[in-house]
Write a new protein. Structure first.
Length: 126
């Protein structure tokens, strides 16, 4: 699969995630794919289980992609996931086999106040 095709598939995946289209969101995963959340120590095996776990999540979710980088079988997406209006900064690392994700690892981080010690070298991000 060409990189442009993977990038397009990722755009469709994140767009579907943003509007709670759970069927379209999970088309990208191979049937035996694995998703891991290292910070909570969770591993979910199988596309159906991944989709069921996300469908059951009760919070209102929004997804804003900041950038996607990658090539070949390895792609990284930086995004902001907003759960019930609280932002979390997320890095999603997806490993592909052809056109399908076989493994995804997601890392989450809360926003924090900037440190005053570096203020003279910093510009705000919007």
């Amino acid at each position: 699969m060409r990189d442009d095709d993977v990038r397009a598939a990722l755009r469709r995946h994140w767009a579907a995630s943003d509007v709670d289209d759970f069927d379209a969101e999970h088309e990208i995963y191979r049937e035996d794919s694995v998703v891991e959340y290292p910070q909570s120590g969770e591993r979910i095996r199988g596309r159906r289980n991944i989709q069921a776990s996300r469908t059951a999540q009760p919070n209102s979710k929004r997804f804003t992609v900041r950038r996607m980088l990658g090539g070949g079988d390895l792609w990284v997406t930086e995004l902001v996931m907003t759960y019930d209006e609280q932002p979390f900064y997320v890095v999603s690392i997806m490993e592909f086999d052809g056109a399908e994700v076989v493994r995804e690892t997601q890392y989450f981080s809360d926003p924090f106040e900037p440190g005053p010690s570096r203020a003279q070298w910093v510009e705000p991000m919007s």
